[in-house]
Design a protein around this ligand. Structure first.
Ligand SMILES: Cc1cc2nc3c(=O)[nH]c(=O)nc-3n(C[C@H](O)[C@H](O)[C@H](O)COP(=O)(O)OP(=O)(O)OC[C@H]3O[C@@H](n4cnc5c(N)ncnc54)[C@H](O)[C@@H]3O)c2cc1C
Length: 364
């Protein structure tokens, strides 16, 4: 059997490599960048450790299948600590503060005291979040190997989420937010995820957090990727960096060769392209784009891509406590042609070693 060739050394590529090695296969990861990790990245600057990725890691609850995957890939295990915040975020709108508490009873009482006029909507929202906690990402078996009984078991496990999916399934985050009179609750719903996304994505995010399934690993992004790298190397895997793939040769229905920017190439019968899907299509040729993806690419207004820009500030430790995440309204400013009237601040004070003594480190 040929070596499994993996293009891309992000979380997906590393996981693919680990599972290949665990299955007794030989594998090698080819990463275009000089370091592995992909988007799950951080770097050092002037005594600060800048973490540009993970706010939460889905799968921290031992009751969820994906937890086992994090254990397999070496991220969750002995010596691994999670930061369990009391609330996901604090929203401050004109001095009125609301919190997405882990304790949903507390969240409900607080929202009712802030916005008594939204009573019925608040009850429904909290109920939806509570019922969405049973959502399971099936991770122990590939979807194509799941039979009738596996699917029935999954459906039964997630039965409480079905009415929520029916009720909110077609609603956008903007639609859901608009139902509330309270600006604080509107901010809590629509200011973190783009408002054209489906409302269930926000419900799922809060449900995961409340279920203890979205905590933050101590050490942040590095603690994920470096542990995965070590696990992969311990299993006998090989990583080659600065190996940017520029094309993949295809014969019939099989990939046969990967060609790199430095003029080298590698033959393979078993290839995993763990890059962004648009990169994969560039490598194998656009004729392989299926109709669904083509439609999405050709209709960017229906399938818009969002990005965000992070700016990092070093500050002296303030006297007032700044929460791990705070969203507040401000005078409008323009970024890339879009008017924005909020600021999201992340404070990394609970990550030891991210900032030198007497300083804190905030991300806007
Ligand atoms: C700012 C930010 C915050 C985020 N926060 C969270 C969070 O809190 N929780 C969460 O779950 N997710 C979060 N995400 C998303 C998460 O980081 C990504 O979903 C995940 O890291 C994607 O991993 P991946 O391996 O699939 O892809 P990538 O990380 O994109 O990895 C692809 C790799 O392929 C390499 N590559 C690309 N082209 C080539 C080529 N031609 N040849 C060789 N190598 C190539 C790239 O250099 C890269 O290393 C966040 C993402 C960002 C950007």
């Amino acid at each position: 059997m040929s070596k499994v060739i993996i293009i891309g050394g992000g979380v997906s590529g590393l996981a693919a490599g680990i599972y290949a090695q665990m299955s007794g296969l030989e594998s090698e990861i080819f990463e275009g960048h000089s370091v592995i990790g992909g988007q799950c990245t951080s770097w050092k600057r002037k005594g600060f450790h800048i973490d540009n990725c993970v706010h939460w890691m889905t799968g921290t609850s031992p009751n969820k299948e994906i937890h086992q995957v994090w254990k397999d890939v070496g991220v969750i295990g002995e010596g691994c600590k999670m930061i369990e915040h009391e609330y996901f975020m604090q929203v401050d709108f004109d001095g009125v503060k609301g919190h997405a508490w882990r304790d949903l009873n507390k969240m409900e009482s607080e929202l009712l005291s802030i916005a008594p006029d939204d009573k019925e909507l608040i009850h429904s929202l909290i109920k939806a979040i509570r019922n969405f906690q049973c959502i399971e990402l099936p991770a122990l078996k590939p979807k194509e190997q799941m039979g009738f009984f596996d699917n029935m078991k999954l459906l039964w496990k997630m039965r409480k989420a079905i009415p929520v999916a029916v009720k909110y399934g077609k609603m956008t985050i903007g639609d859901l937010a608009q139902q509330f009179k309270s600006p604080v609750i509107r901010q809590m719903i629509h200011n973190y995820v783009p408002e054209t996304y489906f409302a269930i994505s926000t419900l799922y995010m809060y449900a995961n957090f409340a279920a203890g399934n979205a905590d933050l690993p101590l050490g942040g992004s590095d603690s994920i990727t470096l542990k995965m790298r070590d696990r992969y190397l311990q299993l006998g895997g090989k990583i080659s960096t600065k190996k940017k793939a520029v094309s993949i040769d295809v014969e019939g229905t099989r990939c046969t060769k990967v060609n790199f920017e430095d003029g080298t190439s590698v033959m393979t019968e078993d290839l995993i392209c763990a890059t962004d899907i648009s990169v994969t299509f560039k490598l194998i040729g656009e004729k392989y784009i299926d109709d669904h993806f083509k439609y999405c690419y050709d209709n960017p207004d229906k399938y818009p891509l969002f990005s965000n820009m992070n700016v990092y500030f070093a500050v002296d430790v303030p006297t007032d406590e700044i929460p791990n995440m705070e969203i507040f309204n401000c005078e409008p400013y323009t970024v890339a042609g879009r008017d924005v009237n909020i600021v999201i601040v992340n404070n990394f004070a609970d990550q030891p070693g991210f900032a030198p003594k007497e300083r804190e480190f905030w991300r806007f």
